[in-house]
Design a protein around this ligand. Structure first.
Ligand code: HEC
Ligand code: HEC
Length: 464
């Protein structure tokens, strides 16, 4: 009896794992038509409207370690869902060392007033931003300099992966991979990351105006809201730059007096004029998702408030925003009381939702071993027929290659580059082939299906 129960649990668990790591092209998540509140009016979509197919491709690219030169880093290594797509570390680990700035939360990027991206706004659009980390020597290593491979090398590699043949054809009509298509897909996925289920949203929906007390707020939270919105003397002036209800940074901000450089004490960086939305600074438990500011120098919201309460006077800071100076041009001193500071903190904590942390549509579609399963999708010339789909992952392979197909599998034969048969086995539609003892280089996998067709695919045994 007990054993039976354990078996049932094990089967359910396996079923869950299987489902969670499968992309079903016939049942896509809703990325394109998500609801968001009427009072959200900013939108930087421009010409790249979200499409469920292309955003699904973007999800796979976002989580794929094949996008880094040594196969260890994906976008999600530094943008972690459980941390509102930021990194709890001050500096993130890339393929060639640590990033020079702190990773940014990816929350509501679509709904931001400032349409340039990165802390210093060097990316003109989100599309333009998305392939920069790939071409960064430190982050993902396809820079084409310092002995790095180029983006063209990466594209060649991605074109050898069956699941990208399937996914690019599914979203763009053919299997060609270009930088532009990668940008469109990644940007759509990132624009789909939205968070509007906070207590702030509940309150605003009830009263329709940020300027009146919210019925669902405590007196302290309402006090914090007034301080956030009202300009200095009456309040703290935060809304001048972090504009509600998006809480995205204004387009014309200069720096806010935080001028340090992560990992380099004494160095100065005056160029950081963008912040992600102030939504989801803390997680649903009230813990900070990651350290704050471009240098990750603040580890609590009270430190943030203390900073704005008395902006440090750095004579070398020639780029401090004038909204943060007094009549003499000196850095502002708000003289907030402790009660007011804590009220501001309490208000900032009301800007947190919960869906973004756990919704499967933004989660990792890969199995822990790096393989991915794609099912469904009626593609191809003959309408109604099943699109033959064969996936061999990972490719390049180090030890185990996983072979999966939506056709009935019959025989698998492995040949070396000279055409010599090395290995033969009968199998069903999911099977593993061990490459651990084989020399590095190119191999051919010939697959015969129960329908009597055969397919030959290339696989590379990695040299590392
Ligand atoms: C090694 C860590 C790392 C990797 C990998 C990484 N990022 Fe980032 N990301 C960062 C850091 C650090 C910043 C801030 C950098 C700066 O401003 O100079 C950032 C900023 C961003 C921003 C700007 C957000 C904003 O509001 O301005 C976006 C969007 C983004 N990353 C998307 C991606 C995508 C897409 C990928 C994968 C192709 C990726 N990142 C890979 C660390 C990483
Ligand atoms: C003059 C415009 C301006 C004003 C006013 C302003 N900020 Fe900022 N804020 C910024 C800029 C620019 C950044 C990014 C700074 C950086 O990292 O170097 C930022 C960053 C932040 C961050 C960190 C965001 C993150 O993701 O790490 C928080 C939190 C914050 N501000 C809260 C506030 C609060 C609270 C107030 C009011 C007391 C306020 N800000 C007033 C411009 C402003």
């Amino acid at each position: 009896m007990e054993k039976k129960l354990i078996n049932i649990i094990a089967i359910l668990l396996l079923g869950y794992l299987f489902v969670s790591a499968t992309i079903d092209l016939d049942n896509l998540f809703n990325y394109a038509n998500q609801d968001f509140p009427d009072y959200i009016t900013e939108d930087n979509t421009d010409g790249n409207a979200i499409d469920d197919r292309t955003a699904t491709l973007g999800r796979v690219l976002f989580y794929d370690k094949n996008l880094s030169s040594d196969g260890t880093i994906s976008c999600a290594s530094c943008h972690i869902q459980a941390h509102a797509f930021s990194d709890p570390n001050i500096q993130s680990v890339g393929v060639n060392g640590l990033t020079g700035r702190h990773s940014m939360r990816l929350v509501n990027p679509r709904f931001s007033h400032e349409e340039h991206f990165f802390w210093d706004e060097r990316a003109a659009t989100l599309e333009n931003q998305t392939t920069q980390p790939i071409q960064d020597h430190i982050e993902m290593g396809f820079s084409g300099t310092n002995g790095d491979a180029t983006l063209a090398d990466l594209i060649d590699h991605l074109e050898s992966l069956d699941y990208y043949n399937t996914l690019f054809e599914f979203s763009f009509g053919d299997t060609e991979i270009t930088e532009n298509r990668m940008q469109l897909a990644l940007a759509q996925f990132i624009r789909s990351m939205q968070s509007f289920d906070s207590r702030f949203d509940e309150g605003l929906a009830q009263v329709d105006h940020t300027g009146v007390p919210f019925p669902n707020f405590t007196p302290q939270e309402n006090m914090g809201k007034s301080l956030f919105i009202n300009t200095p003397f009456e309040g703290a002036g935060c809304a001048d730059c972090h504009i509600p209800p998006e809480f995205s940074i204004t387009v014309n901000s200069q720096n806010n007096g935080v001028i340090g450089v992560a990992g380099m004490p004494g160095e100065v960086d005056l160029t950081n004029t963008r912040a992600p939305t102030l939504r989801d600074l803390v997680n649903p438990n009230g813990d900070l998702n990651s350290p704050l500011m471009h240098d990750g120098s603040f580890t609590s919201l009270l430190q943030v408030v203390n900073h704005y309460n008395a902006i440090p006077d750095h004579p070398e800071n020639t780029n401090l925003d004038s909204r943060l100076t007094d009549f003499n041009g000196d850095p502002q001193q708000l003289n907030l009381t402790d009660e007011q500071k804590l009220a501001l903190v309490a208000f900032l904590e009301t800007l947190t939702g919960s869906d973004i942390y756990t919704n499967e549509k933004w989660s990792d579609p890969f199995d822990p071993d790096g393989s991915i399963t794609i099912i469904g999708g009626t593609l191809g010339i003959s309408e109604g027929s099943v699109n033959p789909f064969i996936s061999i992952t990972p490719n390049p392979v180090r030890d185990m290659a996983r072979i999966e197909t939506n056709l009935g599998l019959l025989k698998i034969q492995i040949y070396d580059a000279s055409g010599k048969l090395l290995h033969f086995k009968e199998a069903d539609s999911r099977t593993n082939v061990d490459f651990s003892a084989r020399a590095s280089g190119l191999y051919f996998v010939k697959i015969e299906t129960t329908e009597g067709e055969s397919f030959t695919k290339k696989i590379l045994k990695a040299s590392y």
